[in-house]
Ligand binder design. Structure first.
Ligand SMILES: *Cc1c(COP(=O)(O)O)cnc(C)c1O
Length: 433
């Protein structure tokens, strides 16, 4: 393929010569890292195929059920596939779980009882969980049900505060929540190995405590998942990594049989549990999404690393930095100004296959405590395994960028974000390309 022809395609989409040349230069430097990501995708692709084969996925699994959904072969088999793939005893994978927050709330509310304490040893959890827990008062929170909460922040350098973690664990501590991804914070994301160390430490102090990992954005980034290093339960959203961009809704909980059972009785009803819950016509997309997820995640990872290297070179603080190892698909870029944040998001939006002509605007999104700007031209509303960017409109104006069903789309999105910043003279590329 003539490179010139590709460049012309970018030009017709609005990418200037300077921006394109800078992008090519950065991409050339990333060849080895991209090869390592491809190898990870290959490893995880085999893992998923094996889980499907082991559990005898068949064409019958794709027929839809309705009503109560008794004996739904597709649903029951898919849950076995998830259990195999992520190394759990059992799994709950349902379209009735509406999003990641719902999956996490379900896992917490079903495994905690009045008088119990929930503990986060890794600092403040994801924004929407503040209302679930009752850190910010909300109807139906854990706090309303007499479940207390305690947290120990990470130390300044991102390491665990073992001393205070030990002090915080008490006779009431029932469940420990560990968020793998940084979410809307600028702390480092935890590797699976570090999660394992933390769990070993906690289990030594209190062996029967339930260790739950919020696995959002982490699936298939590494060769191991948290259940392989001692977690009792992992929780995630199907419109992020595990759904591979194809699942139109859903969430999962995988882990110890008892934890999953508790969640099932809470999701449906005591007495009914996993036996009901029709999979309607979405089940095939759950299978196909999981099947594709390792490759989709690899595209998103390449995008994140590309963005880190582009913006780092331009002098913006980026987390993770351009060279460090990756444990989730999120890239934070601190743009230092509201104009920068908005321009970045406009670029992501303009690169989308859907809704590319709309301009994203900041809005007061439910569950968040400041205005948020979001860019997403997604096939599935709010899907953040698709190319998307969002950030709270408050200093330091960090944008959280993630997704990209294909690497090429992620690349276009990042180049377009840079294009917008370049046009508004918010970056200086002199001498860089
Ligand atoms: C996205 C996310 C959630 C919440 O998931 P939603 O689907 O947005 O409700 C929770 N925790 C983390 C770390 C996340 O990234």
């Amino acid at each position: 393929m003539n490179q010139k022809l590709i460049e012309e395609q970018y030009e017709t989409l609005g990418i200037s010569k300077e921006v394109y040349a800078f992008g090519e230069k950065i991409e050339r430097e990333l060849k080895e890292r991209f090869e390592a990501i491809d190898a990870m995708a290959e490893f995880n692709q085999m893992k998923v195929i094996r889980a499907m084969q082991e559990n005898k996925v068949s064409a019958e699994c794709f027929s839809q059920s309705n009503g109560y959904g008794y004996n739904d072969l597709g649903r029951d088999t898919l849950e076995k596939v998830y259990a195999s793939c992520f190394h759990g005893e059992d799994a709950l994978v349902r379209p009735q779980i509406t999003c990641g927050t719902h999956a996490l709330a379900l896992a917490l509310m079903s495994n905690l009882r009045p008088g119990d304490e929930l503990f986060s040893p890794v600092g403040k959890p994801y924004d929407t969980l503040e209302e679930v827990i009752g850190i910010r008062p909300s109807k139906g929170s854990l706090a309303e049900y007499g479940i207390s909460y305690r947290q120990v922040d990470l130390l300044e350098d991102g390491s665990f505060d073992f001393e205070n973690i030990k002090k915080a664990i008490n006779e009431k501590t029932k469940l420990v929540t560990i968020q793998r991804s940084k979410g809307y914070q600028t702390r480092p994301t935890l590797s699976v190995a570090r999660i394992g160390e933390l769990i070993s430490f906690i289990k030594e102090i209190k062996p029967d405590v339930i260790c739950m990992v919020d696995n959002c954005y982490g699936e298939f980034v590494e060769e191991k998942e948290p259940l392989e290093v001692g977690a009792d339960m992992i929780v995630g959203s199907l419109i992020k990594n595990a759904g591979g961009g194809l699942a139109p809704i859903g969430g999962y909980i995988v882990g110890k049989k008892e934890c999953v059972e508790n969640a099932a009785y809470r999701l449906t009803s005591p007495g009914l549990g996993k036996e009901v819950g029709a999979s309607l016509n979405v089940i095939q997309s759950f299978y196909q999404g999981l099947f594709q997820a390792p490759v989709v995640v690899s595209g998103a990872l390449k995008g994140a690393i590309f963005a880190a290297n582009i913006y780092e070179r331009l002098g913006f603080p980026v987390i993770p930095n351009g060279t460090e190892s990756r444990h989730d698909i999120i890239q934070a870029v601190t743009l230092n100004s509201a104009e920068g944040l908005i321009a970045f998001c406009e670029g992501i939006q303009a690169a989308a296959p859907v809704d590319s002509y709309v301009k994203p605007e900041p809005w007061a999104m439910p569950g968040y405590d400041s205005e948020v700007i979001m860019a997403a031209g997604a096939f599935v509303q709010g899907s953040s395994i698709e190319l998307s960017a969002d950030g709270p409109l408050k200093p330091p104006y960090a944008v959280y960028f993630q997704g990209g069903i294909t690497w090429y789309h992620a690349k276009l999105g990042i180049l377009m974000s840079l294009q917008k910043l370049y046009e508004q003279k918010l970056v200086n590329m002199d001498g860089l390309c």
